[in-house]
Design a protein around this ligand. Structure first.
Ligand code: AR6
Length: 173
C-alpha cells in the first residue's frame, strides 16, 4: 500500500489521527495554518500550548486536537528561510521529529502542511524535495509501523509540486 497520500484542501478538516501545525517558537498561535488550526480546535488548544514552554526550530510537541476531527496536533517549528545550509537540516528535522513523536504515541495517520513555505518564505521547489525525501526515508526505516502520511496542500501550486516530486521519485528514486 502506498503510504504517502496527497490531498488538496484544508488541513483542519482532515479526518486522520493527527495533523501537524507549522507553528512558531512561542506555540501561542499566529497566522497561516497555525491560525486556522487554533480557530478550528478552539481555546483549549491554546490553553494546553501555554503549558509547553515553547518549541525550538526543528523540534516537535504533541497536544490534543480538541474540536478537530484529528485526536492530536503535533506542533513543529520550521526554519525562517535564510538560504543557509542550516535551513535544510532544520526542515528535515521538523518532518523526522514529528513522525517519531507520532510513532511514540501510537498514531497511525498523520497529515502535514507544507512547513515553512508560507510566511517563513521557504521556496516551494526547494522545500518539497526535502519533505518527500525525509518522509520516504522515515517510512523505509519504520516499515513495521505502517504509518500513513498525508501531504495536505492548500493550493494547486503546492499540490502540483508534490505530485511532480512523487512521480519523479517513483520513476528514478
Ligand atoms: N490547510 C492546509 N495548508 C494551509 C492552511 C490550511 N488551512 N493554511 C495555510 N496553509 P504558513 P510557515 C499552507 O504560513 O511558512 C504562522 O504565523 C500555506 O499555504 O502557515 O511555516 C506561525 O505562527 C503554506 O503552503 O507556515 C509562524 O509564525 C503552508 O501551509 C509562521 O506562520 C505553510 O504556510 C510559520 O510559517
Amino acid at each position: 500500500m502506498e503510504q504517502i497520500m496527497l490531498e488538496l484542501g484544508d488541513l483542519t478538516e482532515l479526518d486522520c489521527d493527527c495533523i501537524v501545525n507549522a507553528a512558531n517558537q512561542s506555540l501561542l498561535g499566529g497566522g497561516g495554518v497555525d491560525g486556522a488550526i487554533h480557530r478550528a480546535a478552539g481555546p483549549q488548544l491554546l490553553a494546553e500550548c501555554r503549558t509547553l514552554g515553547g518549541c525550538k526550530t526543528g523540534e516537535a510537541k504533541l497536544t490534543g486536537g480538541y474540536r478537530l476531527k484529528a485526536s492530536y496536533v503535533i506542533h513543529t517549528v520550521g526554519p525562517v528561510y535564510s538560504g543557509s545550509p542550516q535551513d535544510e537540516i532544520q526542515l528535515a528535522n521538523c518532518y523526522r521529529n514529528s513522525l517519531n513523536l507520532a510513532r511514540e504515541n501510537g498514531i497511525r495517520s498523520i497529515a502535514f502542511p507544507a512547513i515553512s513555505t508560507g510566511i517563513y518564505g521557504y521556496p516551494l521547489a526547494e522545500a518539497v524535495p526535502i519533505a518527500v525525501r525525509t518522509i520516504r526515508a522515515w517510512i523505509e526505516e519504520h516499515r513495521a509501523d505502517a504509518m500513513t502520511v498525508i501531504l495536505c496542500c492548500f493550493d494547486r501550486r503546492t499540490y502540483e509540486q508534490y505530485e511532480k516530486e512523487l512521480d519523479r521519485e517513483n520513476k528514478w528514486g
